[in-house]
Write a protein that binds this ligand. Structure first.
Ligand SMILES: [Zn+2]
Ligand SMILES: [Zn+2]
Length: 307
């Protein structure tokens, strides 16, 4: 048996429950990764979806003994950490949690950023009152052996703050995350009729963006499962440049080129309705028919994928 990935939160920016998000879900990012031996648990991101994951752990894991897990944060934007105070295992004695993630400003520790949500001004319980044993580890680009045959490689992505993509490998199988991430762009993209146009700078900018995008593609090369940011369509993106999110088109092309087997479209815009997501999935599958062996799915809460 390899890895199993369950989706507990699939949205970006803010939870958006309601009649138009019932099918795909309205919680922000949270993934559960299970691998053998003994059904070990890794959590990726602590968006609002982690609340329901916590409830499931109480039923499924707690009867077998104290909950022990590692939480890997892609980054510390609020939609990726807001569920942490509502993750019930932190209130249970015996729980042990290691929290890993990147930190953009060295003077802010992960404990202050994540745990700082547990203060009286925001929440009725303070961090000091938690029953669980919590440890925090700042991550940079690199590789880590997580024991029992699982390794993780991290890669910086393109976003307004530091973000890490994760590449988990277990028994030759690869599961990758690439969000929140905007395809690298030419930062010197000045048109010839604009003041400040410098052809040399434009060329260099193009080259630098291409190289960075190739590095990201190498990072998810050959992945069995890739969960990728697709907050915008190419058309919507025209007004969202620099916001730190990808388009469906970019994710699909990059995954195809990198020989990814299954691409899961993720970090849905809060405005995106169920009907729109279903239509986009149909349209992109049809457009790619016969052109690629890449499987394309829209991330949906409550589903589990075998990797
Ligand atoms: Zn986000
Ligand atoms: Zn973000």
């Amino acid at each position: 048996m390899g890895m199993r990935v369950t989706f507990w939160g699939v949205r970006g920016s803010i939870p958006c429950p309601g009649p138009t998000t019932v099918r795909y879900g309205g919680n922000t990012a949270c993934l559960e990764l299970r691998f053998d031996p003994d059904d070990r648990l890794v959590i990726i991101d602590a968006g609002s979806g982690i609340r329901e994951l916590g409830e499931s752990l109480l039923k499924r894991d707690l009867p077998r003994g104290p909950i022990r897990t590692r939480i890997f944060l892609s980054h510390t934007h609020w939609d990726h950490i807001m569920g942490f105070p509502f993750f019930t295992p932190i209130f249970i004695p015996g729980t042990e949690i290691e929290v890993y993630g990147p930190v953009s400003y060295e003077e802010d520790t992960l404990e202050e950023i994540v745990g700082g949500q547990l203060r009286y001004r925001y929440f009725p319980v303070r961090l000091e009152e938690l029953q669980a044993k919590l440890e925090y580890f700042q991550l940079k680009e690199g590789q880590k052996d997580l024991g029992a045959g699982l390794t993780v490689t991290t890669k910086y992505l393109n976003h307004p703050i530091l973000v890490l993509g994760y590449r988990f490998e277990y028994q030759g199988r690869v599961f990758c995350t690439a969000y929140d991430h905007e395809s690298f762009r030419n930062v010197f993209d000045v048109q010839p009729d604009q003041p400040g146009y410098d052809p040399e700078a434009v060329r260099e900018g193009e080259l630098a963006a291409k190289e960075e995008n190739e590095k990201v593609a190498r990072f998810f090369q050959g992945a069995d499962l890739l969960v990728h940011d697709t907050q915008y369509t190419a058309k919507e993106y025209q007004k969202k440049k620099g916001w730190g999110h990808s388009t469906f088109e970019w994710a699909i092309n990059a995954a195809h080129k990198a020989g990814v087997k299954h691409l899961v479209l993720f970090h849905h815009d809060p405005l995106r309705t169920d009907a729109e997501l279903a239509a986009l999935e149909r349209a992109y599958r049809k457009a790619m028919e016969g052109k690629t062996s890449l499987r394309i799915s829209v991330a949906r809460e409550g589903t589990t994928l075998e990797v």
